[in-house]
Design a protein around this ligand. Structure first.
Ligand SMILES: N[C@@H](CCC(=O)N[C@@H](CS)C(=O)NCC(=O)O)C(=O)O
Length: 225
């Protein structure tokens, strides 16, 4: 494989794939894409159906892969991050929860700040915070021994470290800045384990020089800047 990941060091979904690539010890080039430039946006449009980042290019196979979970599945030939069978189903469930119900709930807060009138922001934010509260409660239950039908095990969200934990890192990083979860002890402890993982620590370290561009930079805890 001759791999290039097209993304941005501030992009949460790029973080998810970077954590996976570092976990898998893959050799690859990183191509920083500036979606503010029309030609760069057009480039992403050619690599990925919705023009979303990140996208993976495998030159040897002459193909491009989009959508983070699909990219990671493509890379994980040895089923290290996505086990086969029932365990894999649990991993996919939690991958979806972090992408859709944590990132998906958090993103409107950022979009409202970037693209909406100031007057519209409180309504969007209130809706997002309520959705995040529901997601946090479910994750807390999953991580609480004897509370869930789906045993977390080994300190990770679904058995051993997996695709779902790759998804959890950026989702909880950004959501936790905008809507903290300190009142959820198991979730908070899980996040501390995540950020201590060398792959995740490396991704967050690489994001540091870019975090001043995050619209809520003033809320980023000092330890991440
Ligand atoms: N479901 C997609 C989501 C990717 C996504 O939303 N990426 C964001 C960056 S974190 C993006 O490309 N935003 C730019 C845009 O929507 O124009 C995935 O998992 O790859």
């Amino acid at each position: 494989m001759t791999l290039t990941l097209y993304g941005h060091p501030l992009s949460s979904f790029t973080h998810k794939v970077l954590v996976a690539m570092y976990e898998l010890g893959l050799d690859f080039d990183f191509r920083l894409v500036d979606l503010g430039q029309p030609e760069e946006r057009a480039l992403m449009g050619r690599l990925s159906p919705m023009g979303k980042m990140p996208a993976l290019r495998d030159d040897q196979a002459a193909l491009s892969v989009a959508e983070t979970s699909v990219i990671i599945e493509y890379l994980d030939r040895g089923h290290v991050l996505i086990p086969q069978g029932a365990a894999g189903r649990e991993v996919r469930i939690w991958d979806r929860i972090f992408d859709m119900h944590v990132q998906g709930a958090m993103q409107p807060i950022v979009d409202a700040r970037l693209f909406m009138d100031k007057a519209a922001e409180p309504g969007v934010t209130a809706h997002s915070r309520a959705a995040l509260d529901r997601a946090y409660a479910d994750i807390e239950r999953q991580l609480t021994p004897h509370e869930s039908e789906r045993p977390a095990g080994e300190g990770w969200i679904a058995g051993r470290f997996s695709l779902a934990d790759c998804a959890a890192l950026p989702a909880l990083f950004y959501a936790g800045i905008l809507h903290p979860f300190a009142d959820h002890p198991h979730l908070s402890a899980y996040f501390e384990r995540l950020i201590a993982r060398p792959s995740a620590a490396r991704v967050l370290d690489e994001a540091k020089p870019w975090l001043h561009m995050f619209p809520f930079h003033d809320l980023v805890p000092a330890r991440f800047r």
